[in-house]
Design a protein around this ligand. Structure first.
Ligand SMILES: C[S@@+](CC[C@H](N)C(=O)[O-])C[C@H]1O[C@@H](n2cnc3c(N)ncnc32)[C@H](O)[C@@H]1O
Length: 247
């Protein structure tokens, strides 16, 4: 059976194993946040997950709040953060706001693309505008969709989750709707379970237009969190927006 709720208990349980080499990226993300807004500052992470970024930010003295739609992911976060230094909210970030202002709002690791319609993406960006404090910054990290947009056949890859577990990923693209469908199957000796994950990718130009519709203006774009230039060869981008009337 294919499940549509991507971050269920099984996936949440292996989530931190899915990106084994991400520590360098995590460190660079924390450093970028510090460069943009030194602690203490109010940070909101959309799709906070298991707290990969949020927990170390809280340890560095930030006031961190995270929204996530998966109870299972927030449970993993709570396990890693027993003193609740990160406050969390079980909600859909395309339709819910915190009712507060934040100096920096962060949405990383392609999480913005999980809003699967243009309307949901606009609603998310409107929410960002509403919650951004004066001189605040919105940081988004997403992949550059060009190589995927041209896919005419599903592609398959395998992730190692540990000595006795792998995840089989099959990705196909519906370019007419800018949708990417990922089918993830965990093979660990137990009953194989398949989860379907749909995202709507946008090109940087469309992202900037959607942001402008919501009163946000691009102020920086890099190819990664260390500030490498964004070029035609970049696989992803880290983009920083501010309120349009402030820049
Ligand atoms: C790829 S994970 C990223 C987790 C974390 N930010 C990190 O970098 O490790 C995406 C997370 O976003 C959450 N998510 C996706 N769409 C969401 C939405 N519309 N509202 C709230 N949470 C969402 C998922 O439940 C998941 O925990």
């Amino acid at each position: 059976m294919i499940k549509h709720a991507p971050y269920d208990e099984r996936l949440a349980g292996v989530y931190d194993l899915m990106y084994p080499h991400i520590e360098i990226d995590t460190a660079a993300t924390l450093d970028l946040v510090e460069r943009l807004r030194p602690a203490p500052a109010r940070v909101l992470e959309l799709g906070v997950g298991t707290g990969r970024i949020a927990i170390p930010l809280a340890e560095r003295g930030y006031e961190v709040h995270g929204i996530d739609g998966s109870a299972a992911m927030l449970e993993q976060l709570a396990r890693k953060d027993p003193d609740s230094r990160v406050t969390t909210q079980l909600a859909d970030f395309t339709g819910t706001t915190t009712g507060r202002e934040h100096d920096l709002i962060l949405v990383v690791l392609n999480t913005f693309f999980s809003a699967v319609t243009r309307e949901q993406q606009i609603s998310c960006l409107r929410g960002v505008h509403k919650q951004l404090a004066p001189a605040g910054r919105f940081v988004i990290e997403v992949f550059e969709p060009a190589p995927f947009h041209g896919l005419t056949q599903p592609t398959t890859s395998v992730r190692h989750l540990g000595a006795n577990a792998v995840m089989l990923d099959v990705v196909s693209v519906d370019r007419s709707h800018q949708l990417m469908v990922g089918v993830h199957t965990i093979l660990d000796g137990g009953v194989p379970e398949t989860v379907q994950h749909i995202i709507r990718y946008v090109f940087p130009s469309e992202l900037d237009l959607l942001a402008e519709l919501c009163g946000l203006k691009l102020v920086d774009r890099w190819g990664d969190f260390t500030g490498q230039p964004f070029t035609a060869a970049s696989h992803r981008h880290v983009s920083v927006y501010a309120k349009a009337d402030e820049v």
